[in-house]
Design a protein around this ligand. Structure first.
Ligand code: 6PG
Length: 481
């Protein structure tokens, strides 16, 4: 019998995804890897999967029933292009090539266009959930054509995570839409992780708590409105004790955060789209700052506050609750900004992205999975044309309830000299968004002064310029500037 689906690239994510596919009723899975020894290893380790192992790409194509469907799970970038080229040689019109890696969405747009010219379908699919998700059920964000989704949809639904009875996969939109949404997912992941890290840092440095005590706090928080995978694993990381030294694991890890690029892409793309994803940007910058050890060493003697506020033991519970509320409020901003980027991207690239469906497929399987996503899905279901997520009734109520605590935490952090860039910038964004008047009017005045960049008036249509170096009278512009 031939296979109905194939996987190319058998590193951990690829082999786990292949095993997941093989474990579902009705699937027969062909596998191919650049080095045959790895294929043999995976096939021998998992006899239950009944893989059809292909030695060459030709053999791989022959082992698939038509329309052939193959998921590529290789490193994003050149390796992906190389595999696509190979598959295009041996596949036929109507077949489907899926890229399941973390590709940059503009690469996916380019690849989809090129592959489509051969009559073969190309689908860029974001897959979230790490190794565990790939094996037991990830959240999947496919782009590509309707035609490809018709064949691919049932297969992806069979392996996706399930949230409240619904598979965590939806046809996000055409060409690069899936990888775009996966990129934003990762941007939100960065912000969420940084916010959690700031909460930890405050409890540690401002409230003087131990990692084990803080683990207990996160365990508690995971029972309430913050319930999420990232909060859950944070408690586990903080509980961990290093076997070699007996110290908390967190204290033996070098404090320099790495990254593979998706957070940076989210910010770069959002800058181009004009979307202020400030919380995500601060998360990316916080990782960059951490990764400059020589600069940090050079600055390590610079002074902090001379009289940092102390959190007394009687104030501790109130402080912990304030930090919880600040975390929740900032998290709402991170998601609100992420959905803004999705809306702007959909507009720019012509994708019909259903925001509520995205929130739904993020409820399980992916790294940012959380209770909270249900509230986002409901908000978009009730108000499909919501201007900004934070203004949805549910979130507006949540922010009104938490904003005083949020302010207290940022004030405390600043006074104590504990850096909370994501907490602080989220609050600044919130205050900017709700402000009746912004000092942008002054910026416009400055721009008009030095560059005759013109301004609009609050009381009249038209475009105006003041003759700053002349008699300072106002002229109405007729031409375009
Ligand atoms: C996921 C993750 C995953 C990503 C890691 C690493 O959704 O499963 O987002 O795709 O590769 O989170 O990202 P960084 O190395 O950039 O932190």
């Amino acid at each position: 019998a031939k296979a109905n689906i194939g996987v190319v690239g058998l590193a951990v994510m690829g082999s786990n995804l292949a095993r997941n596919l093989a474990s579902r009723e009705g699937n027969k899975v062909a596998v191919y890897n650049r080095t045959w020894s790895r294929t043999e290893e995976v096939v021998e380790a998992h006899p239950e999967a009944g893989f059809i192992a292909a030695k060459t790409i030709e053999e791989f194509a022959q082992s698939l029933s038509t329309p052939r469907t193959a998921i590529i799970m290789v490193k994003a970038g050149k390796a992906t292009d190389a595999v696509i080229d190979q598959l295009v040689e041996v596949f036929e019109p109507g077949d489907i090539i899926v890229d399941g890696g973390n590709a940059l969405f503009t690469d996916t747009i380019r690849r989809e266009k090129a592959v489509r010219e051969t009559g073969i379908n190309f689908v860029g699919a974001g897959i979230s959930g790490g190794e565990e998700g790939a094996l037991n059920g990830p959240s999947i964000m496919p782009g590509g054509s309707e035609e490809a989704w018709h064949t691919l949809g049932p297969i992806l639904k069979s392996i996706a995570a399930v949230a409240e009875g619904e598979p965590c996969v939806t046809h996000v939109g055409t060409d690069g839409a899936g990888h775009f949404v996966k990129m934003i997912h990762n941007g939100i992941e960065y912000a969420d992780m940084q916010l959690i890290a700031e909460a930890y840092d405050l409890l540690r440095k401002a409230a003087g708590m131990t990692p084990a005590e803080i683990a207990g706090v996160f365990e508690e928080w995971n029972k309430g409105e913050l319930e999420s995978y990232l909060i859950e694993i944070t408690a586990e990381v903080l509980r961990q004790v290093d076997a070699a030294t007996g110290k908390p694991f967190i204290d033996i890890v070098l404090d320099q955060a790495g990254s593979k690029g998706t957070g940076v892409w989210t910010v770069q793309t959002s800058l181009d789209l004009g979307v202020p994803v400030s919380g995500i940007a601060e998360a990316v910058f916080a990782r960059s700052l951490s990764a400059h050890p020589r600069q940090r060493a050079a600055a390590s003697d610079l002074p902090g506050p001379s009289a940092p506020p102390a959190v007394s033991s009687s104030d501790r519970d109130a402080f912990i609750e304030d930090v919880r509320q600040a975390l929740y409020a900032s998290k709402i901003i991170a998601y609100s900004q992420g959905f803004d980027a999705i809306i702007a991207g959909a507009e720019e690239y012509g994708w019909d992205i259903k925001k509520g469906d995205i929130a739904k497929i993020w409820r399980a399987g992916c790294i940012i999975r959380a209770q909270f996503l249900n509230r986002i899905a409901e908000s978009y279901a009730e108000h499909p044309d919501l201007e900004v997520l934070v203004a949805a009734p549910y979130f507006a109520e949540a922010v009104s309830r938490t904003q005083e605590a949020w302010r207290r935490v940022v004030i405390h952090a600043v006074a104590a000299g504990v850096p909370t860039p994501a907490f602080s910038s989220s609050l600044a964004y919130y205050d900017g968004l709700r402000a009746e008047r912004l000092p942008a009017a002054l910026v416009q005045g400055q721009r008009d002064f030095f560059g005759a960049h013109t301004y609009k008036r609050v009381d009249r249509d038209g475009t105006f310029h003041t003759l700053w170096s002349g008699d300072r009278s106002e002229v109405e512009e007729t031409g375009s500037h």
